[in-house]
Design a protein around this ligand. Sequence first.
Ligand code: WQD
Length: 343
Amino acid sequence: MSHTVLVTGGAGYIGSHVAVELIEAGYEVVVADNMSNCDMTCFEGVKKVTGRSDIPFYKIDCCDAESVARIFKEYRIDALIHFAAFKAVGESVAEPLKYFRNNLDSFMTVLGAAAGNGGCNVLFSSSATVYGEADSLPVTENSPRKPATSPYGATKQMCEDILEHTVKAGIGIKGTALRYFNPVGAHPSALLGELPRGVPNNLIPYVTQTAIGKRECLSIFGDDYPTPDGTCLRDYIDVTDLAKAHVAAVGRMIGGKMKRDYEIFNIGTGTPVSVLEIVRTFEQANGVKLNYRMAPRRPGDVTAIWADPSLANRELGWKAERRLSDTLESAWAWERHLAGKDD
Ligand code: WQD
């Protein structure tokens, strides 16, 4: 008998990649998305990659309790993965109430529907941003969370706490928080990937848009950091590897293998990579020359952060496998697909 997983925000970048891996692992998937931050490109890609044209899709706002409750009435939901949230760090600083209202209300609404339906396994899309500027690296799940440097980061910390307390209430909710490091790349099929709206905030889409000519020049924010080459260090995790971690976590929850009713896992490669290394690897992997310049530091950036992923490796039986060069090739193939320049 197959199990059914509700993926909120499932038409978005990470949600769509997770939907693909869940379906390919034998799960039934129901997708809910209000399409406020994406179009149907990735969801159509999910259907093409999996060959499934019958994936249930609800265009709803996860803050709407009635709409969410309807899904639980129409399907037996064995696990819920919550991606539906706003995620632009800079925008969250300018519009904090928009972020607190949407990101907290949507999560509490889906949790309420799950609890009202007799309980559920809930997986929350968290972020390494909860660690802030860590005192020591790599960070483990026991590394202290630092005061959030943005409302976006604050909502991730608050949603982790909301989930933990809801689990503790003993109302049938079990919870897992996956703390992603930097999700990058696109599905190898080049049929789904990152679709930033407007000027990309994140590094990789800015790199690919510069390479394809949509952007004039990549600005590297700071080359005077205390790192080997002066640019910031991050843990860039391939989005397909990240998606597979969700499948492993869902299997653990549904299979009753959790050791505690609320668990946290770092999902990263464990390998720090600098911005300049990203640029050089991208150029070598794709045979393109990137136009870039050194620019002042970006406020709010941490110097370095990368994961100790050993808990996820051990307990989830999951490990990041894709090479960075392959990931950057997939990002480039996706950008070329978007420009209609498929090879
Ligand atoms: C990476 C590095 C920049 C753009 C954030 C969130 C995280 C997650 C991913 C949402 C930094 C540098 C970037 C550019 C650059 N959230 N950079 N030029 O800030 O590590 O993480 O996004 O998905 O929770 O905190 O990711 O890709 O913005 O930056 O030099 O044009 O690239 O300074 O060092 P970040 P990023």
